[in-house]
Design a protein around this ligand. Sequence first.
Ligand SMILES: Nc1ncnc2c1ncn2[C@@H]1O[C@H](COP(=O)(O)OP(=O)(O)OP(=O)(O)O)[C@@H](O)[C@H]1O
Ligand SMILES: [Mg+2]
Length: 285
Amino acid sequence: MEPVIVFKNVTKNYGAVTAVSDFSLAVERGEFFGLLGPNGAGKTTLLRMATTITSPSSGFISIDGINVDRNLTGAKRRLGVVPQYSNLEGELTAAQNLEYHGRLYGLSPRQIKRRSGELLEFAALTERKNDKAKYFSGGMQRKLMIVKALMHEPEILLLDETTAGLDAAWRRRIWDFLRELRKQGLTILLTTHYLEEAETLCSRLGMIEHGVLKRTGTPSEIISAAGNFVLEYFKDGKTAQYFFENQAEAFAEAARLTILDGEFKVREVNLEDAFIQLTKKRPVD
Ligand SMILES: Nc1ncnc2c1ncn2[C@@H]1O[C@H](COP(=O)(O)OP(=O)(O)OP(=O)(O)O)[C@@H](O)[C@H]1O
Ligand SMILES: [Mg+2]
């Protein structure tokens, strides 16, 4: 295994706020890694450090073996970055947005033409290539942001909340698009709030809260770390959750709590439960 994105004991302070705290992670080549965490957890800060927009207060980051601090340009060339908020030029057309990016990365006019043609086709945006980006729907804009990030043929793609605010159909279109890119050999690191997205898309996940990496593993490892079955019931105006190894234990506990005639539910644990258990946004025992 060959780690291509490495965070080593990375801490980032903004004045009194510690956005990221002693964060270490190695993403292997070809992995589809999902960074999951609530608002303000430090996800964007991590990506911004990896993409050299801001530097760590301590610790270091390497991209494909290159220390980001020492060789900014080398690291940048290997990265495609899709930020949380739009980086498109609204007044430029789709094709011009790609051209602009290509020029920034020193591609020749011929390379730009070939690459943008391929990418617009791949994104099914060829027909709209001469339309201004500002007239694109949210989903089309995200797609354009992704192909823009791919113009200089990076090996690693970093995406920050790429499907946030998109409807279910568009979210799935973006998922298929990302799956296809992974098949082509890209290493992908994305951040998301959507647990379904993390569960279906990512080969490995990291859960982060208050800048601290709390847990890493495959989606099923993270789920089973929480337990296999969950007993949920309504208590004192809140939903209480208890986790168990097996279904029988969950029902036994329901009986012990004499809630069998009340409103309760025993079901398999999902990623959302694991996430809630970890972030303790709801009362969990
Ligand atoms: N430039 C900055 N100056 C001061 N504080 C900052 C700055 N950038 C981020 N922070 C703080 O760092 C913490 C982490 O923010 P970050 O944007 O990385 O979280 P996030 O996980 O991306 O959140 P979201 O899911 O809402 O996008 C927050 O407390 C935020 O207020
Ligand atoms: Mg963010």
